[in-house]
Each structure stands twice: as structure tokens, then as C-alpha cells.
Design a protein around this ligand. Sequence first.
Ligand code: TYM
Length: 332
Amino acid sequence: RPRVLSGIQPTADSFHFGNYLGALRQWVDLQRDHQPFFFIADLHAITVEQDPKVLRERTLRAAAQLLAMGIDPERSAIFVQSQIPAHAQLSWVLQCLTGFGEARRMTQFKDKSAKGGEGAASVGLFTYPILQAADILLYRPHYVPVGEDQRQHLELTRDLAQRFNHRYKKTFRLPEPYILKSTAKITDLQDPTAKMSKSASSPGGIIELLDDPKVSAKKIRSAVTDSGSDIRFDVEEKPGISNLLTIYSSLTARSIADLEEEYAGKGYGDLKKDLADVVVDFVTPFRDRTLELLEDQQQLSDVIEQGRQTASEVAQATLADVWQRVGFVAAN
Ligand code: TYM
């Protein structure tokens, strides 16, 4: 079975609809006929300052949410990045293969360091995509299910894999991004040309899966819509309505065309009211399930430990190949 791998940062109390529709839902689907490795990227989280206690809590909350949405620990290795030292170790080797200018071209660094200025950003934020390349290459996956914002990091990963393979010996598989076009970029409800984002969106612009469902319903009903009044999918002219149609369509498995037909002649308010109901029906059981899973911390640690064992075996084997090929003397 082809392998899949992906990760998510534990940098908020809850995942949001961008995470879910852009990536996590594909994780759940791909489990069935792939060999999956899914992890919580706590090493990536500390590229910006984190409160240690909160980071630990959020990491476990992330694990609970993955289970609640249907990641099955019997099929998938669910693990915590910092528990596998090979990620940081391989990252060092890959950093030594990356050009400074090449790293500098990564747009996420530019975006994320824009606020405080480059001087205030950590070196870890700068080398972040190289750690991500290490995360991926260690497991030799065929596919990496992510949202559109990760595409550039996947390209860097492929370049580094190719460079290593060429310089030393064929070691890494070149992974393919697995990006679903329809949900690759879920946008901010208040600013529908920007992506929905934990760090950049205003509270009204982001729907968190663990929010009070009433609050989420209200956010949908107050979403910014576009000029005009007809309900049709048109990202250029109607980014707000198009985003709502995308969310609606993916939560109900109804086609956009079907929804356009149903709402022909109706107003934006009707669409928002119905979508608010759809969202509430989705998040309510998800939230209950997550809160229930969080009651049993022992079970969560067991899942993560099981994932660590599976992942560690694969990662160690790849790292051993790399160490040998690079020319490091083996320890006795
Ligand atoms: P992160 O934690 O920011 O987001 C997790 C996943 O959610 C996707 N996503 C979106 N998709 C569509 N629309 C949006 N508005 C939206 N917002 C977020 C992201 O594309 C991602 O797939 N660097 C990664 C974590 C990571 C990783 C990896 C991923 C670390 N190592 C190795 C894959 C493979 C990140 O920060 O994702």
C-alpha cells in the first residue's frame, strides 16, 4: 500500500475549517487504502514563542481531535514529532544541502516575519521548511495531503530529495503533494480573499471546530458577502459566496451546481442560515467526541506511544542509511 504522511501544528486550542477541509479530511479518507503516518508538529510550533504548558495541552488536544475526526490508530501511526529525534537530525543534513538564497525564497517566511521584521524572526522560522522536508523524507511517502499553502514546501522537499539522491545514492522517494483543488484554500469569513488562518485571521473570520456551535453559527451568518445578490460560484467576482458554497458543498457532499440550483432566486441570508445549520450539525458531535477523548489522558498517551513505536522504526532505518551515505563513522 502506498504511504501517506502529513503533519499539523499544535498552535491553537482547536483546528479550524481550513485545516479540516484542506487537509485533515483527506487524511481520514486516505487511511483506507494507504499506509499512513500523521504527526503533531510541535518542533515547528516553537519557531514562534510558545508557553510550555499550553504547548503540551494543545498537543494532546490535537491528538484527541485527530481521533475524534476518524483517524484510526489501528490503521494510522499518530505520533508527536519531538518524540522522534530523527526529524531534527535529518534536518541538519538537509540544511547543509540547502542554499541560503533557496531558503530565503520561501514565501511563508516572508509572510510570517513581515510583522516584526526579519531581524525579530527566529532562525528556526527561517529553516522551518527544511525541517518539514526532513519530516517527510524520513518516511519515504508517496503522497503528502496538505492545503495549497504548503505547495512550495513540498517543492523544496522534492528538490532536496533529488539533490541528496544525486550527490550520494538514491535514498529518498520524491513525494507528490496531494492537494484537493476544491478545498485547497478555504478563506477567511471576514476577508474572503485571504486564507483562513490561525495566526492571521480575526476571530470572526475563522471557524474553529471546538468552538461553541452557537458561536460558529453566528460567524457564518455574519460572514462578509459580495455585492450583487445572486448565489453563484465565482471566485473572482464573488469570493465570499464562493467560499461559503465550497464549505457547504464539502460538508454535505452535494455539488456546487446542485446548490446553485437550489438557491437560485433566494438571498444570501437563506444560504447562510442553512449553512449555519449544516456547520452546527457537523461540529456538535465532533466537539462532544473530542471532549470525551480528552477525559482519558492515559488512552491518548497510549495512542501516541503506539504511533511513536511505528514511526520510530521507519525513521531510524532511513536515518541510518543517510548517516552511512554522508560519511559519518558508525558508533560501536
Ligand atoms: P498547519 O498546521 O498550518 O496546517 C495544517 C494543514 O491545514 C492546511 N490548511 C489549509 N488548507 C486549506 N485552507 C486553509 N485556509 C488552510 N489553513 C491550513 C495546511 O495546508 C496543512 O496541510 N508546515 C505545516 C505542518 C507540517 C507538515 C509537515 C505538513 C510540518 N511538517 C510535513 C506536511 C508534511 C503547517 O504549518 O500546517
